[in-house]
Design a protein around this ligand. Structure first.
Ligand code: ACO
Length: 441
């Protein structure tokens, strides 16, 4: 039986902080994580004082104690289960990183083979599910299709709707979602273009199989370049998890009501869709294209992004957590250079992006607010080089983020975390009476 939630869980109690308000005085435990992060445990605050804390946007609120991903935003550190993202990006593949995130350890060869075989086995969609695609208009937003179809997959796997999955059941459900999300994505792309579906080929690796379903034709198999497969693996690795971001917190929020895994990740897709989160990769390319087509200089665009009355942002810049640099942005920028060289491509948008970055990093507005390129600033250029069209960018992010969402859903249940239910400070009208319509002014 999972333990009932304890706010501090296994983290060390490192002392107490005192809260004093009028004649209320309470001692609050200070909890220390394994990397020295400190948090004030307010689990009992309302019970003991009648007060709550107020933190819209949750920038100062820890919603859980987790063992999956560590980020130090000041130092630009990102580690999954302790292993730096730089090492994973250089030495690993997406499926191995997914295993690490999902199950807490690097897999042995036998474990990785078993997981890969499960992914290969479950890539196909039930034929009834394939028919669902004909119900969407050709120009439907791919993120809407992805979210709807992930929820629809649950209709064909009722055996996994029970939230108390044993280890084997969890792996089986996970393999289905991680494998099918890629098939749904590829079919969405093809349906929008009026092309026939290309079924998965179980003999291909994860990324190669995705590219096969996207770009093969009934009369011609997609020719895979090793550099493209590597670049796609890297893109997915860099998106695999990012602790309590908006979409992951959404998955946890939904899962906290004990909603099943399929509906929880489907909600994650919806949260990711927004331009301030996963939708930013698409917005970056749109921004770069508009700078190009309108013949603007980088400086002119930066001036617009700084002017609050314009409602324009420098997309792909800034991050809630990273305040010096986003380590993923550094890794992806290097890979973009390599891929473009191998493919002998010269993307004019890359030149505009580099100019924007250089000038923004020398501009007091961006420097003083600690705004640096995030992973989305260069990821769009990488996706373009792979051949992924703009409308599929955020879907690509969702495929990559799947292991992170699933691992967080599992952790929430393993911790038997309470249902997520924030409070509020009410600031509306105080008690007043109903006025009949004929007496209203
Ligand atoms: N361009 C111009 N100004 C910016 C930008 C930007 N990209 N980002 C933040 N600012 C400004 C804000 O207007 C604010 O200015 P002020 O202090 O004068 O009011 C200041 O910098 C602080 O910004 P916040 O809004 O407090 O930052 P927050 O942590 O709430 O938001 C976010 C972070 C959403 C990423 C924001 O920086 C942004 O909108 N960036 C552009 C969109 C983007 O790239 N999103 C991808 C995020 S990464 C990801 O999801 C993988």
């Amino acid at each position: 039986m999972p333990k009932t939630e304890n706010c501090s869980r296994d983290a060390k109690i490192q002392g107490t902080a005192q809260l004093v308000y009028k004649d209320i005085k309470v001692d609050l435990d200070v909890v220390e994580g394994t990397e020295g992060e400190l948090g004030i445990d307010i689990c009992q605050l309302r019970k003991n004082t009648g007060m709550i804390t107020l933190d819209p946007g949750y920038a100062n609120t820890g919603s859980t104690i987790s063992t999956i991903t560590f980020i130090d935003g000041e130092k630009g550190i990102l580690r999954h289960r302790g292993i730096p993202i730089e090492e994973l990006a250089e030495k690993s593949r997406f499926i191995e990183v997914s295993y690490l995130i999902l199950f807490g350890k690097l897999p042995t060869k036998a474990e990785l083979d078993k997981f890969s075989a499960l992914l290969a086995e479950h890539a196909a969609l039930h034929s009834n599910l394939e028919h669902h695609f004909s119900g969407f208009p050709n120009d439907a937003p791919p993120m809407a299709i992805l979210s709807a179809m992930l929820n629809a997959v649950s209709c064909y796997h009722k055996e996994f709707l029970d939230i108390v999955l044993d280890e084997e059941g969890f792996m089986e459900a996970t393999a289905r979602i991680m494998s099918k999300v890629r098939t749904i994505a590829a079919y969405t792309y093809r349906k929008a273009r009026g092309k026939p579906f290309i079924h998965p080929n179980p003999s291909l690796r994860y990324c190669a199989n995705f590219l096969h379903m996207m770009f093969s034709e009934p009369y011609k198999e997609y020719e895979l370049l090793p550099e493209i497969e590597k670049a796609l693996n890297l893109f997915f690795i860099l998106h695999a998890d990012h602790e309590q971001n908006c979409s992951t917190s959404t998955v946890r929020m939904v899962g906290s009501s004990r909603a099943n895994l399929f509906s929880s990740v489907s909600a994650g897709v919806c949260a990711l869709w927004g331009p301030l989160h996963g939708g930013a990769n698409k917005m970056v390319i749109e921004m770069l294209e508009s700078i190009h087509s309108q013949g603007k200089t980088a400086q002119e665009y930066l001036e617009m992004a700084k002017d609050k009355t314009k409602g324009i942002k420098l997309m792909g810049f800034g991050h809630r957590v990273y305040k010096n640099f986003d380590p993923r942005a550094k890794i992806i920028k290097k890979q973009v250079d390599k891929v473009l060289k191998v493919l002998n491509l010269d993307d004019h948008l890359l030149h505009i992006a580099m100019e924007l970055e250089e000038q923004a990093l020398a501009d007091d507005y961006f420097v003083s607010r600690k705004l640096y390129p995030n992973v989305d600033f260069y990821s769009g250029i990488l996706l373009r080089a792979i051949g992924i069209p703009l409308d599929m960018f955020t879907v690509m992010f969702a495929i990559g983020r799947m292991p992170g969402w699933i691992a967080n859903w599992k952790e929430l249940l393993d911790h038997n975390q309470r249902i997520s239910r924030p409070r509020q400070i009410y600031n509306g009208p105080t008690l007043r009476s109903y006025v009949p319509i004929e007496e209203r002014e």
